[in-house]
Design a protein around this ligand. Sequence first.
Ligand code: HEM
Length: 147
Amino acid sequence: MEPHVLPVLELIAVPMSIVETVRESYARCRQNPDFFDAFYDHFARKSSEIGPLFSQTDMQKQNALLSEAIDSLISFATGDPDARQHVEEIGLSHSRDQLNIKPEWYPLWMEALHDTIHESDPKCTPQLLQDWETVIQPGIDHILELH
Ligand code: HEM
């Protein structure tokens, strides 16, 4: 058995019905062509330290990368090995040796995502935002473990 198999199995704790609910919400969110721009606007407003980190960033590219990264955070919860690898690459790029993204910024990232889903998904409810957190927090925790 490959060494990564056991930890992956441990993660299959998020019910598939919740993962599907979140995937459907994400599909509705992506109908909003401004979803990712709106996300980064919300995120930058969470702390004066955040905007300057993206001052040199090509936001067109960044939006596309974030779009795929959120897909991987969702699929991470199902134990998908490709998603796990993608999440680990993000964990390494954000770790203290590379971008050195502070752990306390991740709750702000999640808040900004909630704000943006709330605006973009016409079916948004408090329960749906809770489901989003249930599904993607394991991937975020894994990124934080790699800090
Ligand atoms: C789970 C949450 C997050 C996800 C999924 C995510 C995703 C990504 C992805 C896919 C990239 C581009 C590829 C890479 O460098 O790995 C990136 C770059 C970056 N992220 Fe994140 N990120 C997250 C959290 C954060 C947080 C909390 C910050 C804090 C400000 C941050 C700041 C940055 C910066 C500064 C870059 C580089 C932008 C550039 O190339 O100019 N990220 N992120």
